[in-house]
Write a protein that binds this ligand. Structure first.
Ligand code: ATP
Length: 259
């Protein structure tokens, strides 16, 4: 009998009974989500449901807000990162983040990419050159900028700035890339380029993306979590969420009845 080969992916994030409060406002309620490595997970849901809050817990950026309190577990590669013993610089090297608008530093293209590796102790010029070139090639930006690496990154278009920021994240060799609405400020062509890039990057990285664009979630993600009022209503394979959701509220949201 022929054995079917099904690729078994390892769990990389396991969120268990996560609760989060801003002062006494209960923003995330009993979140349980397990994510596998080298998969794209989309986080969808109406405005204010807790998508950004959730994604910012995954590299503890949320702790920059002093009123935040959390309980539960966020296990990253087997360690609970909300226990307080985690080294934040190291965590953010492993779990990089991309925001809504590309936010390059007001420095040269080269220095933007070399910034992270330099912080992590790489000083050798040849090594830095290699990292800059390979990171820019990974985001398909190398050919567009290779002759102006010393020009300011601020001179790039919005779509190029976003790809530069992804390259800056890749330069520190993360395992996970968190993306909070990475294409919402971009035109359709730049959006398509980022979507193609995400599809390519998932062979090497685990990606979690918050998006308001349901076609985008359906196009690029393997799994989708639907959030509503701080709760995960449904989490499943993306094709199931979009073709055969189990919860009426998921169906109402994806068919545009609210949100
Ligand atoms: N710093 C904060 N202090 C107090 N409440 C906050 C803070 N940030 C967010 N909230 C509240 O937490 C809830 C979740 O917000 P969050 O930004 O995570 O939602 P979202 O789903 O990402 O929304 P959107 O799609 O509009 O970006 C909202 O009710 C919001 O008002």
């Amino acid at each position: 009998m022929q054995q079917q080969m099904v690729e078994k992916r390892n769990s990389i994030f396991d969120v268990v009974d996560l609760n989060l409060w801003y002062d006494d406002f209960h923003a995330l309620k009993n979140i349980n989500l397990e994510m596998n490595e080298k998969e794209v997970t989309a986080i969808i849901g109406p405005s204010g449901c807790g998508k950004s809050t959730f994604i910012k817990t995954m590299n503890l950026m949320i702790q920059m807000i002093p009123t935040v309190k959390m309980s539960g577990q966020i296990n990253f590669e087997g360690s609970n990162i909300i226990e307080g013993k985690v080294d934040l610089v190291s965590l953010r090297k492993h779990v990089g983040m991309i925001f809504q608008k590309g936010n390059p530093f007001p420095q040269s293209i080269f220095d933007n990419i070399a910034y992270g590796p330099r912080i992590h102790g790489i000083k050798d010029k040849k090594k830095l050159n290699e990292i800059v070139e390979s990171s820019l090639k990974d985001v398909a930006l190398w050919d567009e900028v290779k002759d102006r690496l010393n020009s300011s990154a601020i001179g790039l278009s919005g779509g190029q700035q976003q790809r530069l920021c992804i390259a800056r994240t890749l330069a520190t060799k993360p395992e996970v890339i968190l993306m909070d609405e990475p294409t919402s400020a971009l035109d359709p062509i730049s959006t398509l380029k980022i979507e193609e890039l995400i599809t390519e990057l998932k062979s090497k990285y685990t990606i979690v993306i918050v998006t308001h664009n349901m076609q985008q979630a359906a196009r690029i993600s393997d799994k989708t979590a639907f959030f509503l009022n701080g709760e995960v209503i449904e989490y499943d394979q993306t094709d199931i969420i979009f073709s055969n959701p189990k919860d009426r509220r998921t169906e109402d949201y994806i068919t545009g009845r609210f949100g």
